[in-house]
Write a protein that binds this ligand. Structure first.
Ligand SMILES: Nc1ncnc2c1ncn2[C@@H]1O[C@H](COP(=O)(O)OP(=O)(O)O)[C@@H](O)[C@H]1O
Ligand SMILES: [Mg+2]
Length: 279
C-alpha cells in the first residue's frame, strides 16, 4: 500500500508584517515513501520557503500556518530539540551552491566527519572509515579526503554536500536546485547519483527545480508552483505529456532540447494572466 513519508496540509507562509500577501498560499501535497516528488516553478514561486519550512529553518520574520507531517508527526508542533534531532538524521537538505555551504578553510574529510559526529556515537576510527565509505558512495576518490573545497570542481563539491547529507542515512532528502549551478553534463551525473542513492538507501526525495528538463530525468510525481500556489500536480508523464494549466504549458515552452533545435517561447505574462482568468 502507498505510504506517505511527508504530508503537507494547508501550508501558508507570510511575513509577520503583512498578513495579506501569502508567499506560500494554502498548499497541500505529499511525498510517497521511496519516490521523488519534484516541485517545479520559476524563481520567486515559493519553492525554497516550502523546503525550509519542512526543516523549520524559515527566517524569523516569516510566519507559517498549516500541518507538516513527517511519518505522521507534526513538525510544526515539535520542540526545538526534537526538530534538531530530525534535521540531518531523518531529513537532510542540500542546496544550490555548495561553496557557500562548505567551509573553505577546512578539508572535506574534516567537514564530512563533523556531519557524522553530530548524530552518532562512533569512535574515531569508525568515523574515519565511514568518511571513506561516504566518499566512495558519492564517487569521490578517497585520496581527496584532505583536499580543501576550492581544490575541487563544482560537481565534486556538490558530491561532498551529498556525502554530508547521506552521513546518517536520512529517510527524506530535500534537494533545493542542487544542480542549477552546474554545467549540463555534470548536472546529469549528479542527478543520476541522487537517483541511485535514493534507490540504494531506500530514501524519499523532495526535489526542487525551475527546469522541466530536470523534472523529466528525476521525478515520479510533480507539483507545479506559481506565485505561492500549486497550479498543477500529477504523475510526471501525465504532467509532461498532457499539461492542463496554462502556466505549466508556458513553462514547458521554455525547455530547450539537447541540440537546441527547438524554438523557445518566453513566457508572456499578460497572455498567461488572461488564460488563468478564463479557467
Ligand atoms: N525572509 C523573507 N522576507 C520576505 N520575503 C521573503 C523572504 N524570503 C523569501 N521571500 C519572498 O518569498 C517569495 C518566495 O521565495 P522563495 O521560496 O525563495 O522562491 P523560489 O525558491 O521559488 O525562487 C519571493 O518573492 C521572495 O522574495
Ligand atoms: Mg529557491
Amino acid at each position: 500500500m502507498k505510504k506517505n513519508i511527508l504530508k503537507i496540509n494547508k501550508l501558508s507562509i507570510n511575513t509577520k508584517v503583512n498578513n495579506e500577501i501569502f508567499l506560500v498560499d494554502n498548499i497541500s501535497f505529499s511525498v510517497e515513501e521511496g519516490k521523488t516528488t519534484c516541485i517545479v516553478g520559476e524563481s520567486g514561486s515559493g519553492k525554497s520557503l516550502t523546503a525550509l519550512s519542512i526543516i523549520r529553518l524559515l527566517s524569523p520574520q516569516l510566519k507559517m500556518t498549516g500541518e507538516i507531517l513527517f511519518n505522521n508527526n507534526d513538525i510544526c508542533k515539535m520542540s526545538d530539540s526534537e526538530i534538531r534531532q530530525k534535521r540531518g538524521l531523518d531529513i537532510a537538505m542540500i542546496f544550490q551552491e555548495p561553496m557557500t555551504s562548505l567551509n573553505p578553510v577546512l578539508t572535506i574529510g574534516y567537514q564530512i566527519k563533523e556531519a557524522i559526529a553530530v548524530h552518532s556515537v562512533l569512535q574515531k576510527k569508525e568515523i574515519e572509515n565511514r568518511v571513506k565509505e561516504l566518499l566512495l558512495l558519492v564517487g569521490i576518490p578517497v585520496e581527496r579526503v584532505n583536499s580543501y573545497p576550492d581544490e575541487l570542481s563544482g560537481g565534486q563539491r556538490q558530491r561532498v554536500m551529498i556525502a554530508m547529507a547521506m552521513s546518517c542515512n536520512p529517510k527524506l532528502l530535500i534537494a533545493d536546485e542542487p544542480t542549477t549551478a552546474l554545467d549540463v553534463t555534470v548536472q546529469a551525473q549528479i542527478l543520476k547519483l541522487l537517483d541511485d542513492l535514493k534507490n540504494k538507501l531506500n530514501m524519499s526525495m523532495l526535489f526542487i527545480t525551475h527546469d522541466f528538463g530536470v523534472v523529466e530525468d528525476i521525478a515520479d510525481d510533480v507539483i507545479v508552483m506559481f506565485k505561492g500556489k500549486i497550479v498543477e500536480r500529477g504523475d510526471v508523464k501525465q504532467v509532461l505529456n498532457k499539461p492542463k494549466h496554462p502556466y505549466t504549458k508556458a513553462l514547458l515552452g521554455c525547455v530547450p532540447d539537447a541540440l537546441g533545435r527547438k524554438q523557445l517561447t518566453p513566457i508572456d505574462y499578460v497572455k498567461l494572466d488572461k488564460a488563468i482568468q478564463r479557467l
